[in-house]
Design a protein around this ligand. Sequence first.
Ligand code: 2IT
Length: 445
Amino acid sequence: MYKLDQFMNDLEQRHPAQPEFIQAVHEVVESIIDVVNRNPRYLHARILDRITEPDRVVIFKVEWENDDGQVEVNRAYRVQYNNALGPYKGGIRFHPSVTLGGLKFLGFEQIFKNSLTSLPMGGGKGGADFNPKGKSENEIQRFCRSFMTELHKYIGPHTDVPAGDIGVGAREIGFMYGQYRRLLDENTGVLTGKGRNWGGSLARPEATGFGAVYFADEMLKAAGDGLEGKTIGLSGFGNVSWGAAMKATQLGAKVVTLSGPDGYIYDKDGINTEEKFQYMVELRASNNDVVAPYAEKFGAKFFPGKRPWEVDVDIAIPSAIQNELDGNDAKQLISNGTRYVIEASNMGCTPEAISAFREAGVWFAPGKAANAGGVAVSGLEMSQNAMMLSWTFEEVEAKLREIMRRIHANCHREGKQSDGFVNYARGANIAGFRKVADAMIEQGY
Ligand code: 2IT
């Protein structure tokens, strides 16, 4: 029998000073420990000890030259967490906050997320402590090239298939894919999120944000409610919030906030026109990492240094980075009457925030379920690459819609309580875990 406290204490001893990793494992183990303890096969297989230990971690140095001709050094990683269901799959993050512990948290989450998509993908994550802010395009290209010169030794279309994440978009994927091809002379589509003319899937850029809003749509329906006419608070201004704002608008809701490291903007008219969506793309491409210029351009209000969770909205969709919504933010949202919180970022809410939502009866969707649309369409990109063909936007979108519907249904089924409340966090962990655990047992040790 596993005991939660004892298991977590042992884990902390073996993975010291990695608080985000411990947080992510705790959230999963807390939900699944009863399922494990009731199943003699899981106990005999010591499944919790095995699933929490990454298969392999590669740590490497990236040397590159800045525009002043000086050599710079960064540290990079690829965490190959678990490949019981398929090749390691997960994004690459370029951000100054990147650490081994942070990538272990993301890789661990990715195992269960990828399992939920129902596509054959294992879990992995990578990145570097490189800060793209203020870098020129040439510097970014040189960094990406050096990064791939080393990473290409450890990845492959049947072993490990990286994609983008924070700080890595189509441009960076392009530079990295180009270097991979230069080194190995093959067109196997080893990365996903590629450009549409060289093996990328249509609707991949939109997929994470679209998927999160589809999940929200399903969740509100399950609550006897609907998206039409609802006000939504988003954080971030990157790829995820861009897709979410477009799909939310299409489905009749109004998005009123975006945020950056500099603060948040409130647009009372809604972020709901082609011009505004396009401007988000430009803001991101500028590499300045600030959202304030949006306010100037569209006559919206800018609140420097603040988070958007003080705004009165029906639905909050954190779409920026882990732990961006804490216990105090949750209290503020609850007192404003927010009824639904959908994590589009990975582990966007702290444990205190999630408990507060649960106590207040706020419907909460965890990132590993709600943001799985991104990696799901990455999986569809792999299918298209393997078949050497490409589907239309409508075909991909319809598959994404159906995948999100099924993820919601599985999390709902596993998370439904006798009092009628749906604990989606628990449901997602159980549904995601079972498949991986069974695959590991069936394949032996
Ligand atoms: O967090 C994520 O799911 C991603 N960054 C996307 C991963 C992928 O392989 O598309």
